[in-house]
Design a binder for this molecule. Sequence first.
Ligand code: ZN
Length: 129
Amino acid sequence: MHNLHLLIIIVKSKELIIRAIKIALIVGIILNIINQGDYIFSLEFEKINIYKAILTFFVPFFVSMYTAITMKMKFHVGEKAIENITLRCKICNSCKNLKKEEIIPFCDTCNENTVWKLSSIKDKKCNHS
Ligand SMILES: [Zn+2]
């Protein structure tokens, strides 16, 4: 359930949504020109399939959101923590508490081999096990 809570936090991020909308506008216009450009440039607007035109904007929006979300869920070293989280190293099982906006560090034991996974979202004590 930690992942679901985090997913909701990520999806609500304004910055991410605004970027996805910008990408959707640019890519959507280009795709519409490719798909229905003949009708647009010959001013035969009545021949344009409005449903296809609208759907064409949704595709890049969702691809952009999906890509951003999967990247944020991977907790790469050097990126900012999106919330107060506890990460656990997949390799040595040590853990680290991070505050929101704190830069994600390497694991003290594994250094550049670090692979973090989410352990919890709230500020729980980091139990070494
Ligand atoms: Zn480690």
